[in-house]
Ligand binder design. Structure first.
Ligand code: MIC
Ligand code: SF4
Length: 643
């Protein structure tokens, strides 16, 4: 029987379980990536597992999130990461080299390989035909230790691209169109696999923009075929020998098909505060704008920067706004410098920032109060920019650049004749900011350096059968990990220090949460649909666990967050009847009986109101075993530690 690309890669990597939709399988992981904000924790976990060297084909540690360095904390983390990489056989991409997903695509991602990354936008590598999945740091640490990654065999949605994009419409508009149709949880439990005649019209960075932001649908991952375009990109990166062809055996093998006619697309924008809130730019044109920000792992490739440079050529950034640009990597900058296009950006008055995540994660570049910020990024959750009342719209580089010169939200089609860009046949390859893994004999001698900000991992006891406590907070639908554990310039530097970062749990939603959790000695969280959407940060699980959160009871969960909750011993439970959500309030005293999780159930007694309800869960046998041990670290130590 024929197969899709996803099935071909999954079936080649499967080490446990049966390849049937919805069944739990375990797959071998070929490559891993981490970034610094999740990486310090991931390597502390890897160290705790006790394996002398990574067992993957390739593992890379990137530094791109925490580069503000307002005090010793971030640089200390960087030194820790560099020394850990040297000690355990990893590649280390030095700060300044660029954004992890952009560099991975340029230098390491390979068609047909599996990649697990401690960042939710790891699927960027799907643009080159890699099966790339985002996960919590502990799952990545386990993969580096040679453990397979567990996932539910996904449904495979074929996204058929017909035709060709019209002028001024680009890859970002394709993924915004998909988000418009399926919204922020339409991808849960699914892989979006692209096919059809439109695929060959898209370059690898354009494909990567689409797979990157596929994350915002909640999908397990997104993937493109590996074709002649892929081969050309790999050749231009000096790694043509890594090319293999990957294509689906036919439309009939997809579980569902979504068709997008590229010719019919127009410039789109995701309005505040959700990437799924998509409208045509033409409908909201003329909106006053105070900031334009171009970059992030979604739109910082050479293709995107060249388009922006050509639009800005000979123009000046409008006086009422500020234009911030983060190129994705040094390779991108080197090209822009070589062709003179960098000068177009400088001359136009762009504020060119470091090759890093920057304002995307609130590390500088916060917009003014109550302002509108037009960004090429992938997330516009409330407060993520660092300014609570700012309104962030997500758009293509074309729309952003047109807006930057016009001063108001502008449909780029208004600019007239489309700009032309010339892509190089061969990229400028300079890996001098990537430190290679040391041979084992030398690696063993390396001493890991731990600054004072790097605190040991807290240890958590095994699960008890009856969980008791108060509802500490009740939240609505689509609560993001940015709500649960905010990032930004003040909080991100605390990622290696759980006691400190815990003080900010839910701080943007309810300033009193930390105090209350401490006073009540922990308790429960009640959530709506898609609880924990967004980032892979396991701090959104570890920090609540540290504050004594025992279970989260929600209408449904986002995949990565649910995995993180399990990994740190917080039980993710689901209402059997969603109407029960309305019956429970903050402050209610609850007793949750988890003694029968193995039978697929749990019961909740609301002691305050005097009623009992049934709960369910989506936990596998292994998840339950992990929870019973008190989390994945004690579980792994028991099963593979010291091997
Ligand atoms: C994000 O875009 O939210 C982040 C910051 O890259 C996160 C990872 C993190 O919180 O460190 C992600 O997407 O997983
Ligand atoms: Fe960095 Fe933003 Fe991409 Fe996250 S989404 S990896 S913060 S650029």
């Amino acid at each position: 029987m024929g197969k899709t690309i996803t099935e071909k890669i999954l079936d080649k990597h499967i080490v446990e379980g049966t390849p049937e939709k919805g069944e739990e399988i375990k797959i071998k992981i070929d490559q891993t990536l981490t970034q610094d904000a999740t990486g310090t924790m991931a390597y502390l976990e890897f160290e705790a597992i006790g394996i002398p060297r990574v067992k993957t084909e390739l593992s890379v540690s990137y530094v791109d999130h925490n580069t503000l360095q307002t005090d010793f904390k971030n640089p200390d983390d960087h030194i820790y990461l560099q020394s850990v990489a040297a000690r355990y056989g990893l590649y280390f991409s030095r700060p300044g080299n660029g954004i992890c997903h952009q560099i991975h695509l340029e230098r390491f991602a390979r068609p047909g390989k599996t990649l697990l990354g401690s960042d939710s936008h790891t699927p960027t590598a799907g643009g080159i035909g890699s099966l790339a999945i985002g996960a919590g740091g502990l799952n990545v640490a386990a993969a580096m230790a040679g453990e397979p990654f567990a996932l539910k065999y996904p449904k495979i949605v074929g996204v058929k691209l017909n035709g060709k994009l019209p002028p001024w419409v680009s890859a970002k508009d394709i993924i915004l169109e998909l988000l418009r149709r399926v919204d922020v949880k339409g991808g849960v439990g699914k892989v979006f696999e692209y096919f059809g005649p439109g695929v060959k019209t898209l370059s690898i960075p354009e494909r990567a923009t689409i797979t990157n932001m596929g994350t915002e649908t909640g999908a397990t991952t997104s993937i493109f075929p590996s074709d002649e375009v892929t081969r050309g990109f790999l050749k231009a990166q000096g790694r043509e020998e890594q090319w293999i062809e990957l294509k689906s055996d036919g439309e009939e093998y997809y579980d569902e098909i979504i068709e997008i006619n590229l010719d019919e697309l127009e410039p789109l924008a995701a309005l505040p505060h959700s990437p799924g809130n998509v409208k045509p730019v033409a409908d909201i044109e003329g909106m006053e704008v105070q900031q334009v920000a171009i970059g992030s792992c979604t739109n910082s490739s050479l293709r995107d920067m060249k388009v922006v440079a050509q639009i800005l050529k000979g123009k000046t950034v409008a006086p009422n706004l500020s234009l911030l640009i983060n190129p994705g990597s040094r390779q991108v900058v080197a090209h822009l410098v070589e062709t003179g296009e960098y000068k177009y950006l400088v001359d136009a008055g762009a504020r060119i920032l470091e090759n890093a995540c920057g304002p995307c994660i609130g590390m500088g570049g916060a917009p003014p109060s109550g302002s509108v910020s037009i960004r090429t990024y992938n997330r516009n959750f409330e407060g993520r920019s660092g300014t609570k009342d700012a309104k962030v719209l997500l758009v293509s580089p074309e729309t952003a650049a047109a807006t930057a010169i016009n001063g108001v939200l502008t449909d780029p089609r208004k600019l007239g004749k489309p700009v032309e860009i010339v892509m190089p046949d061969r990229f400028i390859i300079n890996d001098n900011m990537i430190i290679l893994p040391l041979p084992p004999e030398e690696a063993e001698k390396v001493k890991v350096v731990r600054g004072p900000n790097i605190k040991p991992l807290p240890e958590f006891p095994p699960l008890v059968e009856k969980l008791k406590g108060e509802v500490l907070i009740k939240v609505g639908d689509n609560i993001t990990t940015d709500h649960i554990m905010p990032a930004g310039a003040k909080i991100l530097p605390l990622r290696s220090n759980i006691p400190e970062i815990s003080k900010y749990v839910f701080s943007r939603v309810d300033e009193k949460f930390y105090e209350r959790a401490m006073e009540k000695k922990g308790g429960f969280v009640i959530g709506g649909e898609n609880y924990g959407q967004g980032s892979s940060r396991e701090h959104a699980a570890i920090a609540p666990k540290y504050l004594g959160v025992k279970a989260v009871i929600a209408k449904s969960f986002a995949r990565i967050h649910s995995e993180n909750l399990i990994n740190f011993g917080i039980v993710p439970l689901v209402f059997s009847d969603v109407k029960d959500y309305d019956r429970i309030e903050q402050g209610d005293k609850l007793e949750v009986d988890v003694s029968s999780l193995e039978n697929g159930e749990a019961t909740l007694k609301d002691v305050t109101k005097g009623f009992s309800i049934k709960l369910k869960h989506n936990l596998s046998e292994m998840d339950i075993a992990i929870l019973r041990e008190g989390g994945k670290l004690p579980f792994i130590k028991k099963n593979i530690g010291g091997r």
